[in-house]
Design a protein around this ligand. Sequence first.
Ligand code: PLP
Length: 370
Amino acid sequence: MSKIHYTKPSITDLEISYATDAATNGWGDRCYQYITKFENKFLEHLSAKYAIATSSCTGAMHMGLCALGIGPGDEVIIGDTNWIASAAPAVHLGARPVFVDVLEDTWCINPAKIEAAITSHTKAIIAVHLYGNLCDMKALLAIGQKYGIPVIEDAAEAIGSEWYGKRAGSMGTFGTFSFHGTKTLTTGEGGMFVTQDDLLYEKVLSLSNHGRVRQQRKQFWSDIVGFKYKMSNIQAAIGCAQMERIDELIARKRQVFNCYAEHFRNLPLKMNPEPPETVNGYWMPTIVIDEGVPFDRESLLASFKENNIDGRVFFWPLSILPMFEERRENLVSYDLYKRAINLPSYFDLTEEEIEKVADVIRSTLHYKGG
Ligand SMILES: *Cc1c(COP(=O)(O)O)cnc(C)c1O
């Protein structure tokens, strides 16, 4: 059997034809054509108001936090179990990420721990919808409102996820997305900034264009120091094709997840939850082995490797990394990663390959087939 990858984009003739068109014709007057189209298609999908295509999700977050005025001395509250990309922009702005514990079932930020971490320096709460799982947006938005603190959504992993009928990334002060090659929708590298706020949109639009405000008629004139985090027209062309296929891209992620779930029915483990009134886009099927069950993630990864399967470790608590201060009191974050593994998931993954992955897990846990 050929190698089972961790993730892999689904690129069809449609993506190739749009990219070829952009490379052939998308210059001069047409150099923004696919970018504008991609932004509009994305907005339609999210039912949101404003979108700015960016070079990455990290860039979108950097500009959004900057537009909110976050800077030295400020604090940004974020779940400890996370990918560094969600926290790095705050650090670059001179702010301090405050890592709070996550919930045992969703692996997302624990709202009860947020209130305890709020100080006079708190300038934002970043809600990361981990592996497609949703943060408790009702609780987070209520806390944000109570304390007058913006709630930001990092929806990089949550394309296809919905909270009470609203798409992930469309509920916070702003939302960010990633179209990195490992994500459900890809442009190779790329991202999106999304907001419903007129003023914030104008600010980020200026920031994204080296600080040149839209009404400025003088050439090469910057009004503020901005950023250069733009998406190219060729990347956006691939994005347009992916947007036309968004429903099938999400549907396949859900099928892959459900196929795993079927295989794991009798095993002592939990997978990504999908509570009532939510839809999980299941970007990354993940297993968390029940407490007390003997499990060593390194030996499972070694078995994967022997079988030509590519697996990934669950996110470390960010506060365990050398550049941050340890927060061992975040008991859930400091426990979850030892018991968890991310499983391969992509459009072309076959049922047979899923079964092979499931067999390796089953034998590692010493459970017989079926
Ligand atoms: C992938 C990812 C990012 C980073 O996206 P880039 O486009 O690589 O900057 C940020 N946050 C989360 C939660 C991610 O999964």
